[in-house]
Design a protein around this ligand. Sequence first.
Ligand SMILES: Cc1ncc(C[n+]2csc(CCOP(=O)(O)OP(=O)(O)O)c2C)c(N)n1
Length: 334
Amino acid sequence: MARASEAPAASELSGPAQHGLELYRRMLVVRRFEEAVQALFQRGEVHGTTHLYIGEEAGAIGVCDVLDERDKVAGTYRGHGHSLGAGVDPQALLDEMLGRETGVCGGRAGSMNVIDQAHGLIGSFGIIGGSISAATGAALALQRQGRGGVAVAFFGEGTTNHGYFHECLNFAAVLRLPVVFVCENNRYGEFTPFEDVTAGDIAARPQALGLPTETVDGMDVWAVREAAAAAVARARDGEGPQFIQSMTYRFVGHSRSDPAKYRKPGELEEWKARDPLKVARERLAEAFGVSGDVVDGVDAAVAEQFERIVAQSLAAPYPTPERDGAREFAPSTS
Ligand SMILES: Cc1ncc(C[n+]2csc(CCOP(=O)(O)OP(=O)(O)O)c2C)c(N)n1
């Protein structure tokens, strides 16, 4: 046991302090994963394109923390955080990015189309709004199964201008489906500020359909988690669809080729001052008495984990036409 004047070591933590440190660790895994993808992309190891979630980690980690094995998650093309939040193994996910046979989809999905039914991830959707319709359909199935499962759709604020959004929210409201719509408002749809293309208040849209709606600080994993816990509990209890708007910011361009010159002066710096990892570090110290040394220990362990993961991904085999996955996708000869 630590003396009163000493902050406890990691192994001595329990309850909310231990849980808070675990939330921090999971966000850090997403951050290091995205940095690894970025570096490997620049080396030509990741094909196609990638959309990184750097800066937005508190969203997926806060929401997914309150889900259980009955639940389903639908993410987007900015979906590595959604996948990791759902519980996809970082090694299998990185192998997938590199097109390796050991990837979670056998190396055939790449960055934007990851699916892992074993962890309730019903898909990552390159078509915007795809996550909304997939989660709404999953919620209909879950409602009929009657086991209390809830579906979660992640999507960006730009997607709230799409037909899918309005149709699915209406459908879910009419049928009181157990679905939580999580709008990750990172302020830009590709290169366009959301206020240039979005009329009125986004939160007023679900409210007009009668959905309980909460806007939260998406840089604070505890705030996101609290809103998600309440929304998921209501959806499980048969109270129908719920809506969360998580206010966040991406620290990198829309995709790998975007230098993000459209940002307003000082905006990036302002949001970086509220980096979810920094916010969590401060909260861990102030509210839970977790020392900087303990958090540094987590940083070191995750850095080491990623050294191993990257080396293993680079050494993993590529799929060959003889393997099962390739046959699955081969044109039928009958
Ligand atoms: C149906 C459809 N139309 C257009 C696109 C091209 N597109 C890709 S991302 C994007 C912007 C989406 O912005 P937002 O919903 O705010 O999500 P964010 O990228 O900010 O996470 C667009 C228009 C697409 N993928 N699908």
